[in-house]
Design a protein around this ligand. Sequence first.
Ligand SMILES: [Fe+2]
Ligand SMILES: [Fe+2]
Length: 332
Amino acid sequence: MTVHQAVAIPDSEYVRLETILTNSIVPPAPLKQRFRALFTLKSVKSNRAVDIIARGFADPSVLLRHELAYVLGQMKNPHAIPILNNVLATLSEDPMVRHEAAEALGAIGQESSLEILEKYRTLEQESSRVVRETVELAIERIQYELTKAKTPPGNTDCDNNGGYTSIDPAPALEFAAKTESDVAHIKAMSTKEVGAVLMDVSLPLFQRYKAMFALRNRGDKEAVLELAKGFADDSALFRHEIAYVFGQMQHEASVPSLITTLENETEDTMVRHEAAEALGSIATPECFAVLEKYKGEGVPQVVKESCLIGLDMAEFEVSGEFQYAEKIETVV
Ligand SMILES: [Fe+2]
Ligand SMILES: [Fe+2]
């Protein structure tokens, strides 16, 4: 398991980042600057950074709150667990935010989180399918990590995911293989065959996610086209993850399906949000154009804000800057 390693930054930097993130400056910082402050805190990884991020949950923006939960999971600092438990347990919170809290608990990967996750897997008052499916995945992920920890070191690392730096909700097929012959078998599978696993609704979601990340790691146009079929799935959670993976792959072949998704007014806003941000990270001229089109009035708040963030991500992509974050001083 990857251990979080904090970066030392001066006190004044913590104060500055907190001021930006929690919007306590006049005039308020634009959302894009607050996102960049959040990503800086993510790279700092300390308990103090976690505590500052936790204060952001009072913000009215669903988009920001869901991103706070996502970042807390990616930091992999167990100090965030009680904060995430609280978000998951708040039934009045937006499902997109609660989903991200459950996924973050899975990413941190502590056995002690199984109890609360199990509770929301079976809770009768749990009306959100997105939350229930996320909880199921988070349980599977933790159990996977636990069994892996008991076996001798192999090629099973959930955090070692084909060069991508994210902590994913499931390991790619090839990393989850238990024996050398399984590894050889998966490598020999055609992209179409991996795509068939992705779309096999008789399989548990965790298994289909493994195929999703295997396709991401293959990374070519054929893999993109197999993944795009996932937008026809009836799970909004599954569709939003396809869009997320497209954002990571930054492959132009995914742009048409992402634009269709963003423009589809009957699509779940969580999926449209993820499509907008993926378009932002691909950053071709047509990505800029569609994000411009949906950043204004008459668009659901979370989609509109995602377009604004997507535009900022796209500007970052074309700027050649080193890191999507606020610049900070570190203590040496
Ligand atoms: Fe998500
Ligand atoms: Fe998201």
